[in-house]
Design a protein around this ligand. Structure first.
Ligand code: 8IG
Length: 280
C-alpha cells in the first residue's frame, strides 16, 4: 500500500469507493484504539477457529469491528465480528480478526478484503488465513486441519482493479508451509476451491472441484490471499475440515455440525496456530 493522506474515519471513503484510503483510515483507527502504531501479522479466524483465539497470546485490546472504519457488520452465527491486538509468545504483535466478511453477504469484494488491506496499512507483512471447509478426501474426518497449498477461485470475482497483473505462483508461501509441517509432520496439504456460496455445493459441484484439482471446498480465503499478495504480504492458509463435502457422507450438511467440529478441534488448532505464530 502506498502512503495515503489519512482523513478522519468518519469522512473516509468506503472500501468500495476507495479501498486504499479506506484501509489507511481503518489502520489509523486501529492505532488509536489499540495504542499500537504498527502490527506485525494478521490472523483471520474463520468457522471453527474462534475457540483457538485465547491460546494465541496475551490480548492487549479487544474491539468490535464496527469501531474500525469500513468493516461490515457480521452476518454469520459463530462469526463474532471482533478485532483483537494480541502479543504473541515471541513478542510479535498480531491483529486477530474473529470472523470475516464473505462475498455472499453482498457488500462487494472490496469489503471482503478490507481486513487484509487494513492489516497491510498497519504494517503487517504476514497473513494467516484460516477457514472451515468441506473436505473431498474421505480420510479427513471432521476436525482435521489441512494446509492450503494453492487455490482455485471460482467466485468470478477479483479484489484487483484494472490491469493489475499479480503473480499468484507460490501464493501460499512454501516457507510457511514447511514451518507448519516441521511443527506437525502429520499435516496434510490440499488445494482450496473457493465458491461464492452461500449454498453449499451440489454433489456434482463437489465432483467437479475434485476433477479440476481441488481437495477443499469453501466460501472464503482465495480473494483475501490475492489481496494479500498484491500488498506484498506472505500468506499462510489453514483449513479446518469440518465436514465431508456434499454427497460424500450420505448425510446433509449442517452449520451446527461445522461449529461443533471447531469446538472439538480447538485445542489442536490453537496449539498449532500459537506455535506457528510464535515462529513467524
Ligand atoms: I465450514 O462443505 C464449510 N464451509 N462451500 N462447502 C463450502 N463451504 C463450506 C463447507 C462446504 N463447509
Amino acid at each position: 500500500m502506498t502512503a495515503t493522506p489519512v482523513v478522519p474515519s468518519g469522512q473516509a471513503p468506503s472500501p468500495a469507493q476507495d479501498p486504499t484510503a479506506a484501509a489507511a483510515a481503518a489502520a489509523a483507527d486501529l492505532a488509536r484504539l489499540t495504542g499500537r502504531d504498527r502490527h506485525d501479522l494478521l490472523l483471520v479466524l474463520g468457522s471453527g477457529w474462534l475457540p483457538a483465539v485465547d491460546l494465541l497470546g496475551r490480548t492487549e485490546a479487544d474491539l468490535a469491528t464496527t469501531e474500525v472504519h469500513g468493516f461490515a457488520a457480521p452476518a454469520v452465527a459463530g462469526h463474532a465480528g471482533r478485532i483483537r491486538s494480541v502479543r504473541t509468545a515471541s513478542g510479535a504483535s498480531a491483529l486477530v480478526l474473529l470472523g470475516r466478511t464473505h462475498l455472499y453477504e453482498g457488500h462487494g469484494v472490496e469489503a471482503v478484503v478490507h481486513g487484509v488491506r487494513t492489516a497491510a496499512a498497519a504494517g503487517c507483512r504476514t497473513v494467516v488465513l484460516t477457514n472451515g471447509c468441506g473436505g473431498l478426501d474421505p480420510a479427513w474426518s471432521p476436525g482435521t486441519p489441512v494446509l492450503i497449498s494453492d487455490h482455485i477461485n471460482l467466485t468470478g470475482a477479483s479484489p484487483l482493479r484494472g490491469a493489475t497483473f499479480v503473480d499468484c505462483t507460490d501464493l501460499y508461501a512454501p516457507r510457511l508451509r514447511a514451518l507448519c509441517r516441521a511443527i506437525d509432520p502429520s499435516l496434510a496439504e490440499g488445494v482450496y476451491v473457493q465458491f461464492r456460496g452461500p449454498q453449499y455445493e451440489t454433489p456434482a459441484e463437489v465432483r467437479m472441484a475434485g476433477v479440476i484439482g481441488g481437495q477443499l471446498v469453501g466460501m472464503s480465503t482465495a480473494l483475501e490471499a490475492i489481496a494479500a499478495r498484491e500488498a506484498g504480504m506472505e500468506v499462510l492458509g489453514l483449513s479446518l475440515v469440518t465436514n465431508l463435502a456434499a454427497g460424500l457422507s450420505g448425510a446433509p450438511l449442517d452449520h451446527a455440525e461445522v461449529l461443533e467440529a471447531g469446538r472439538a478441534a480447538a485445542q489442536r488448532m490453537g496449539g498449532l496456530l500459537a506455535e506457528v505464530v510464535g515462529q513467524l
